[in-house]
Design a protein around this ligand. Structure first.
Ligand SMILES: [Zn+2]
Length: 152
């Protein structure tokens, strides 16, 4: 290894250091409090926060028959399976136009109908649960879920 190779290596490390210290990398590690503290980013962050929050994780909890969602603002909400199924926003359940829908406050569900099997992401705005009876046409938007939990 000659001096020239050493020089190249040192140069490469210096470049990597610059990339790591760049604005993008630093911003990626900021949490909301730090961004607000910095001042210059407050407006952008607040506008985004006002529009809607996204889940950062969720968990189906069969023992409690609940669906637990962790939101990007650190809040956690729990949605019990039966009320969640009853609130299914699809056209078949909640109706559309003149059609009243098949689900109302008196609807009796079977255990399968209120058993949450799986949850899928829909685009960048919602979740679709798959129920024990195979029903999976309801798209619960993040907005709807936040409002249902009293978070927005
Ligand atoms: Zn439905």
């Amino acid at each position: 290894m000659g001096p020239e190779v050493d020089h190249e290596l040192v140069g490469g490390v210096a470049c990597l250091g610059e990339i790591l210290d760049g604005d993008d990398a630093a911003d990626a590690h900021l949490d909301l409090a730090e961004v607000v503290h910095r001042g210059s980013h407050v407006r952008i962050i607040e506008r985004v926060a006002d529009v809607f929050h996204r889940p950062v994780g969720w968990e189906i909890v069969p023992g409690e028959r609940t669906f637990r969602v962790q939101w990007d603002d650190g809040k956690v909400a729990e949605y019990d399976w039966e009320p969640l199924r009853r609130a299914c926003p699809c056209a078949y359940c909640s109706g559309e136009g003149a059609f009243a829908g098949n689900v109302n406050p008196d609807t009796k569900f079977s255990e399968a109908q209120t058993t949450l099997k799986e949850v899928y992401v829909v685009g960048r705005y919602g979740l679709t649960p798959e129920w024990g009876d195979g029903h999976d046409t309801g798209i619960y938007t993040f907005k709807l879920l936040r409002r249902a939990a009293g978070l927005d």
